[in-house]
Design a protein around this ligand. Structure first.
Ligand code: TYM
Length: 331
């Protein structure tokens, strides 16, 4: 049976890019794989982000990220859901991988280049970020990794790290493959300026209240070639149409596509239709989140159990690695 692993950073509010690009696939794979689906709130990764790190907020953000995943449909009874820092083996394996990974390979990562271009002083943890990510995945010998397209390069590096380890120390790790949500490879931000991302502040939050979502949608860019209401639009160049494909019934999306192209619908009405889909999709998640928040022990309990379950898989793999690399003394 395949084994899936994925991680999400507790660096701020979980947004619809996370939801459509990754969390929906976590849920789908969880239903197929049960306890072979392992999901982790990667709080150690969150430490590498100087702009988002806040000592006083980190633990509550980890709680919050767990809560949103559960509200979005992840059942911790069915899958394994835990916080990265609760399973110490992640750090240990990451250290071993850093000793095998050339700095040049890490400096080539585009996310590293993007993140560091704005920093005066670069924490070395940012360079090591993808090594810790490889350790997350390989510690469970996972072969399937549900993620957005932005993680593809890190997955390539993970395969390279697995290959190198297997070559030097004998067959140990699989070469994991990414699984993408084909309709949400890279959900665009509400500013229409590339990918939706916590760090760019162009997000729609999964738990954001609808008045706030509407205030952002109202001013969001549409097809730039459609200047007047009477101009025909090209839905395929319109952010709002992109969101319709995620949120609205296929019937509504098809009508909007045709009507936009023949100037039969204005952008404001098109956005109002979208808002109906947004409310329909997010209301059940927001309702479940409210219930979970009122009973925080359910979330804390899920993380505690998840850590025990994850550790039971991680510990023997780590022991195998220790033996293979020569750390275990013979008596
Ligand atoms: P993070 O926290 O940035 O994002 C969590 C997941 O959401 C996906 N995602 C998107 N998908 C489509 N469109 C978007 N606009 C969008 N924004 C985010 C991400 O691709 C990701 O799947 N490095 C990872 C965390 C991580 C991890 C791992 C993932 C650490 N260890 C091991 C997989 C396996 C990250 O920063 O995710």
């Amino acid at each position: 049976m395949p084994r899936a692993f994925s991680g999400i950073q507790p660096t701020g509010d979980i947004h619809i890019g996370n939801y459509f690009g990754a969390i929906q696939n976590y849920v789908k794979l969880g239903q197929q794989l049960g306890k072979q689906a392992i999901y982790c709130v990667v709080d150690l990764h969150a430490l590498t982000n100087p702009a988002a790190y806040d000592r006083d907020l980190l633990a509550s953000r980890t709680f919050e990220a767990t809560l949103v995943n559960m509200a979005a449909g992840l059942d911790p009874e069915q899958v394994i859901l835990f916080a990265q820092s609760d399973v110490r083996e992640h750090n240990e394996l990451a250290w071993i991988f850093t000793t095998q990974t050339p700095v040049g390979e890490l400096e080539r990562m585009t996310q590293y280049k993007d993140k560091t271009s704005k920093l005066e002083s670069v924490p070395s943890g940012l360079l090591m970020y993808p090594v810790l990510m490889a350790a997350d995945i390989l510690l469970y010998k996972a072969d399937t990794v549900p993620v957005g397209e932005d993680q593809e390069q890190h997955l390539e590096l993970t395969r390279e790290i697995a290959r190198r380890f297997n070559y030097h120390f004998g067959d140990t790790f699989p070469e994991p493959q990414a699984v993408h949500a084909e309709d949400a490879l890279r959900v665009p931000g509400i500013d229409g300026q590339g990918k939706m991302s916590k760090s760019k502040g162009n997000t729609l939050g999964v738990l954001e209240d609808f008045a706030s979502i509407w205030s952002k949608l109202k001013v969001a860019p549409t097809d730039p070639a459609r200047i007047r209401r009477t101009d025909p639009g090209d839905p395929h160049h319109c952010l709002i149409y992109h969101y319709h494909k995620l949120f609205s019934d296929p019937g509504v999306t098809a009508v909007v596509e045709v009507e936009c192209a023949r100037a039969g619908i204005g952008c404001v009405d098109c956005k109002k239709f979208l808002m109906t889909g947004v409310e329909r999709s997010l209301t059940p998640i927001q309702d479940r989140a409210r219930v979970l928040r009122a009973d925080a022990d359910v979330v804390h309990g899920a993380l505690e159990r998840g850590a025990r379950e994850a550790q039971a898989i991680a510990a023997p793999v780590m022991q195998e690695v220790r033996e293979k690399i020569g750390l275990v003394r013979a008596r």
